[in-house]
Write a protein that binds this ligand. Sequence first.
Ligand code: IPM
Ligand code: MG
Length: 355
Amino acid sequence: MTQNILLLPGDGIGPEIMAQAVRVLEKLKTDGLDIRWDDALIGGCAVDATGVPFPPETLAKCMAADAVLLGAVGGPQYDVLPREQRPERGLLAIRKEMQVFANLRPAVVYPELVEASTLKPEVVAGLDIIIVRELVGDIYFGEPRGIEIRNGERVGFNTMIYSESEIRRIAHSAFKTAQKRNKKLCSVDKMNVLECTQLWRDVMIEVSAEYPDVELSHMLVDNAAMQLVRNPKQFDVMVTGNMFGDILSDAASMVAGSIGMLPSASIDANGKGLYEPIHGSAPDIAGKNLANPLAMILSVGMMLRHSLNQVAAADCVDAAVKKVLAQGYRTGDIMTAGGLKVGTVEMGDAVLAVL
Ligand code: IPM
Ligand code: MG
């Protein structure tokens, strides 16, 4: 049966990195993969065209697709808009509507890019960790929220909230991810201060009884941030809530060399998913053929693996990225001594040539 992919290029560098991902899809299709794709608007381009960042037509197409591939959203011109119209709202809405609660953010250091990290080579060489971030709950979505006048002054407030069922389902995703790897899971919380994360820890411990083969540990988030830059290789799989996961995954990306290298998968209860690079729309370099398309291409790999069940094709895509790095091709963000500096399109050419 033909599998349907929805492409959401978005804003900034989104369209140009998506164009390279599409070349990869075209090649796989020519080679016999039974896929087809359609596209739709999200983010700033959707605001420009329709007035809202996540139009109903886009939602309908997301629901009908087998998997969704997203570029990036946002740009400085939209920061003046009311909060509901900002591109980021579109991103939060698509995650919530698709109920893609399990966000997998791998941070892998490719041997060729050890020098691209700002940390010492011996600290990062061989790093291969994955952060499992809960994506549709927590303070990102908690109510009440707002800014209002109390006792004659403005007060801003948000609500950190998790139900035990929300914690339990992300716990299962994380334990299953750990089972496929080195069977070590570190749950990150702030239970010394926040009740919400005390419950998080309690539920993690309860669920761990079902996974006796996985070694569960716990770490407070401030310490986890420190340990990620001190000795990241102590981790295998980390699981945490939406906000802590947002922050820790950016830290992990720089450990891995460049945020331009990291793909992500956000998966719902049935394995359907939303796939996107973890980086943003980089408006400063948009349209200049400077962006690194590899995180976007690796996101295609994750989509093939996790939602389309095309493991062999996924392996091919991952191997092609490794190969072009070994051949010395580098965009500016991952440039290392002796590398062959290329632009977005030429990096795409290189991937196509080895696919
Ligand atoms: C991410 C981003 C988003 C988030 C923003 C753009 C809303 O930082 O995917 O990590 O905070 O989740
Ligand atoms: Mg983030």
